[in-house]
Design a protein around this ligand. Structure first.
Ligand SMILES: *[C@@H]1O[C@H](CO)[C@@H](O)[C@H](O)[C@H]1NC(C)=O
Length: 337
């Protein structure tokens, strides 16, 4: 028995791509990125997207103020230096310009050798840049759609169309989004047409309890032909957490992975704080990607997830809440060699 078990364990350890576990455990840092006292009046830093390129972390996030949202950028080589990095406010420093822009996703679209920043502006918008480290290089917003797709208008109820997410396979690009009303949407275009041609918007998943399928979608390729979907939910305790699913195709249905409050992808009950237990919400964020291209490929081991959290005693207008960014590090991972 022991002998057979050892052989099986060795076979698993030698597999090219480790399996994604069905239970997750994390360690959280203290807050690492929060508003500066620089006269810009930010209440919160939210909705981060992060890539690591040649040892530099590039973070794009929403700058939240009582007056509304726009985007910001910073880079650093060590998380201990994140708060002292220069914060670049993209409404003032780039052609992205003022107005409602939020929830960025950054990736490198290899076929065009261009960085894309995808974000919401009441439509789904994008800007491009040839140099991710040059905040002034981002182009003016262009919309992916001529208006809100009719299937979204028909199902959105009192919700909001938010948190656009692009991922491409070898033939097509998909744009996922949510509506704070229990629907995950998916539009598609061909890889060769991107960024044009997004159409055929469908409901990829729905939930009768809108809180269980709320917003902040991430979709990643795991390198073995399978995909990981993460969607933020509102728990029975009112706090934010993440559920997860897998699929073998971006255009197929999703199967629950760690998708409940008792077995969440990331929630206060599977996160251990290394310092202060400073947040009960594990909210909108992104996995650190070292493969930065449009395939959104991550290795399903030693996961690191940059998220937004908040002092549970904070109160007030939603846009004025003091969201800060911190890092989750997976503690039950298979080790990647
Ligand atoms: C980091 O950002 C600064 C601007 O604050 C920029 O000059 C620099 O090139 C960036 N670093 C990299 C590696 O892109």
């Amino acid at each position: 028995m022991l002998y057979l078990f050892t052989i099986a364990a060795m076979a698993a350890a030698c597999a090219a791509v480790p399996n994604i576990p069905s239970t997750f455990k994390w360690e959280s840092s203290d807050p690492l990125i929060s508003p500066k006292s620089d006269g810009k009046g930010l209440a919160g830093v939210k909705d981060p997207s992060i890539v690591e390129v040649d040892g530099t972390y590039h973070v794009f996030a929403s700058q939240a103020k009582s007056s509304g949202y726009n985007l910001m950028y910073l880079n650093f080589t060590d998380f201990s230096e994140a708060q002292s990095a220069t914060f670049h406010y993209l409404d003032q420093e780039s052609a992205i310009g003022p107005g409602y822009r939020a929830a960025p996703q950054v990736f490198y679209f290899a076929p065009q050798k261009l960085w894309y920043l995808v974000y919401q502006n009441n439509n789904a918008a994008y800007s491009t840049n040839s140099d991710i480290g040059n905040p002034a290089g981002w182009t003016a917003p262009k919309n992916f759609f001529s208006g809100v797709p009719s299937i979204i208008s028909q199902n959105i109820g009192n919700g909001y169309w938010v948190d656009m997410w692009v991922i491409c396979d070898s033939e097509n690009c998909y744009l996922f989004s949510t509506d704070d009303n229990g629907h995950l949407y998916r539009a598609s275009t061909s890889l060769s047409s991107f960024p044009s041609g997004f159409s055929d918007t469908v409901i990829a998943m729905s939930a009768s309890n809108k809180n269980s399928l709320f917003e902040a979608t991430n979709v990643y390729a795991l390198g073995d032909g399978s995909y990981l979907l993460i969607v933020e939910a509102i728990g029975g305790d009112g706090n934010r957490y993440f559920r997860s699913w897998t699929s073998n195709s971006l255009s197929d249905t999703w199967k629950e992975l760690a998708a409940s409050e008792s077995n969440p992808f990331a929630r206060s009950n599977n996160v251990v704080f290394t310092g202060k237990s400073w947040t009960k919400s594990i909210s909108h964020g992104e996995m650190i990607r070292t493969n930065t291209d449009q395939t959104m490929t991550i290795s399903p081991c030693d996961l690191r997830y940059l998220y937004q959290g908040m002092d549970p005693s904070a109160t007030g207008n939603y846009n004025s809440l003091p969201w800060k960014l911190a890092l989750l590090t997976q503690t039950n991972s298979e080790t990647c060699s």
